[in-house]
Design a protein around this ligand. Structure first.
Ligand SMILES: Nc1nc2c(ncn2[C@@H]2O[C@H](COP(=O)(O)OP(=O)(O)OP(=O)(O)O)[C@@H](O)[C@H]2O)c(=O)[nH]1
Length: 562
């Protein structure tokens, strides 16, 4: 995997990691904002809704209490058959009826179970007696339960079977001076109008409901879930708040909150909030206890509607764009600062490896990369100089070896190998140019005797002297070589017959003159001119034959074959 791919993968992994972390933090922050905001809204909404319920209700309750405290009614309740007290009581009831919001009232007497009622249309103006409540009738159970429990005040949502309406009933116990219960009086508020006014508010995402002391639903937009007459229902049959929430733990949390509010109505915050799931959606429930009526108000805020996460979309978009731009910038900087210089360096190194030392097109670079490029340039230059020097030395050493390989150690003349190569070249040249060359073969006479009599060192000196004579006597472009032992070859190029003979004689003469001073040494010479097309071996053989002729003729002589 290339460095670039690895860097980009690493960068992508880091960016993804950072994105995930940032997204989690972002989500937590937005959740926190929504929570804080929701709690505030829930508190305000609960207080607002409670106010709207309590405002009309408290007036009615106060009026009902006032009616229950009426001495006129008390006296009549003690003697319901007294015509005077009855007419006074009916007048008192009528007076309260006009003041009640619903323009209706009821009075139920404990002893007789007689139920009195007049409605808004004043249908029963003359005779408000309606019927007798009976303990064995389920619809009348509320009356007997209230008296049994001795609860002075109670709110109840219940259908009035006799009248065919469902009402929010305000029930207040009527007692005499000694506290004895005389009956129940109160008023009802037509439920539908009340629900429409208080509960059916058109605020998207906000649901308001009221539950009683035990959590039974009393006022709710879905009429089917209202727990009518819950007061007289046994536990377990009531329609309570847990019908609305999806999860048992949510119901338990609501119950805990309600218990705490109920047990300490004057302590802590008046509104408590708890997150619950309703119809699969997350809601914030604000719960408040209303001690004056003994109910709870619950406001459910659908956070998905009130503050959808989509409202944070612009932030998320900016966030994602920032990440992408960061990745792009990272890529550009990485490519410019590291990848491109590294790639150029790699190419430059490959060139050096292949022996190309010409300056590579490298940018100057910055920082560590700049220093790396500078070091590479210095190194490449050092390798270039070193290689050039080594090549020079090898060349010189090779030339020296070449020279030594073709030289005779004792005399310094060309040796047999060198002369052989030279002669082969000359044969080719003579053949090509049709210009003959001359070959002289010299051999010292009775050299063995010199060695034997004067010693081997004297023999060496004699050989060296002959070589010196050859070098001094010959023209610069003629070449002499020690062919082996006491034999020498001389190449004369260019050459003709006269020239060949003249040089051969001069050499013989000079050797005799020079070497002979130290010891009586002479040389015999065989020489010949090249013939076009003749091989080197054939020519050597002719020179050798000429030499033998010179030897045979008594030595110290030169024989030239032309
Ligand atoms: N001192 C010395 N002697 C050498 C060297 N190379 C060969 N010789 C001797 O040269 C002599 C050559 O003798 P030959 O050419 O056979 O015979 P010669 O005595 O010269 O007699 P002719 O050639 O017939 O006149 C031998 O005794 C070799 O040992 C050398 O490098 N130094």
């Amino acid at each position: 995997m290339s460095l670039k791919t690895r860097f980009l993968l690493l960068a992508a992994a880091l960016v993804l990691l950072a994105s995930a972390a940032a997204w989690i933090v972002f989500h937590r922050i937005t959740e926190g904002i929504i929570e804080q905001w929701g709690e505030r809204i829930a508190t305000i909404q609960v207080q607002y809704d409670s106010g709207r319920l309590l405002q009309p209700l408290e007036r009615e309750i106060a009026l009902a209490r006032q009616m229950a405290d009426s001495l006129v009614l008390e006296r009549w309740a003690a003697n319901p058959d007294d015509p005077l007290l009855q007419s006074q009581a009916f007048a008192e009831m009528e007076s309260f009826r006009r003041n009640f919001r619903d323009n209706s009232y009821f009075v139920a007497l404990r002893d007789s179970g007689a139920y009195y009622h007049n409605n808004a249309d004043n249908d029963y103006a003359g005779d408000p007696f309606r019927y007798f409540l009976r303990p064995d009738r389920p619809a009348d159970a509320w009356f007997y339960r209230l008296i049994e429990e001795g609860r002075d005040f109670h709110l109840n949502v219940n259908p009035d079977v006799e009248l065919g309406v469902t009402k929010l009933w305000i029930d207040v116990l009527m007692r005499d001076a000694s506290g004895e219960i005389l009956g129940v009086i109160g008023t009802g508020m037509e439920l539908e109008g009340f629900l429409e006014e208080i509960i059916d508010i058109q605020q998207p995402g906000i649901t308001t409901l009221f539950v009683d002391y035990n959590g039974a639903i009393q006022l709710y937009r879905d009429r089917r879930l209202i727990d009518y007459g819950s007061f007289v229902k046994p536990e377990g049959q009531k329609r309570t708040l847990d019908l609305l929430v999806d999860l048992p733990e949510d119901a338990a949390a609501l119950e805990t909150v309600m218990r705490e509010l109920r047990n300490a109505p004057d302590q802590g915050p008046k509104v408590r909030t708890v997150f619950v799931t309703v119809e699969g959606k997350r809601h914030l429930a604000g719960v408040a206890f209303l001690p004056s009526i003994g109910w709870f108000e619950v406001t459910l805020l659908d956070l998905g509607v009130l503050m959808p996460l989509s409202s944070f979309t612009p932030v998320a978009v900016v966030f994602v764009l920032t990440l992408l731009v960061t990745l792009l910038l990272f890529h550009l900087v990485l490519r410019r600062q590291i990848l491109a210089p590294v790639s150029a360096l790699e190419s430059a190194m490959a060139r050096v490896r292949e022996g190309d030392f010409s300056p590579a097109p490298l940018t100057s670079g910055h920082g560590e990369m700049g220093r790396l490029i500078t070091h590479f340039r210095s190194m490449a230059e050092a390798i270039r100089l070193n290689t050039r020097e080594l090549e020079q030395r090898v060349r010189e050493r090779t030339e020296e070896l070449e020279r030594l390989a073709s030289r005779d150690v004792l005399t310094g003349l060309m040796n047999r190998r060198g002369m052989q190569l030279r002669l082969e070249e000359e044969v080719e040249r003579a053949s090509r140019e049709a210009s003959p060359f001359g070959l002289i073969w010299l051999d010292l006479d009775h050299f063995k005797k010199v060695n034997d009599t004067l010693g081997h060192a004297a023999g060496d000196r004699a050989l060296t002297t002959v070589a010196d004579v050859l070098q001094e006597t010959l023209r610069p472009y003629d070449q002499a070589a020690r062919w082996g032992g006491d034999e020498f070859l001389v190449l004369l190029s260019p050459c003709d017959a006269d020239n060949l003979l003249r040089v051969a004689e001069r050499l013989r003469h000079e050797v005799k003159a020079q070497v002979g001073r130290a010891s009586p040494i002479t040389i015999s010479i065989g020489a010949c001119l090249s013939i076009p097309g003749e091989s080197l071996d054939a020519m050597l053989l002719r020179a050798d034959e000429a030499l033998y002729q010179a030897k045979d003729e008594g030595r110290n002589a030169a024989r030239v074959l032309v």
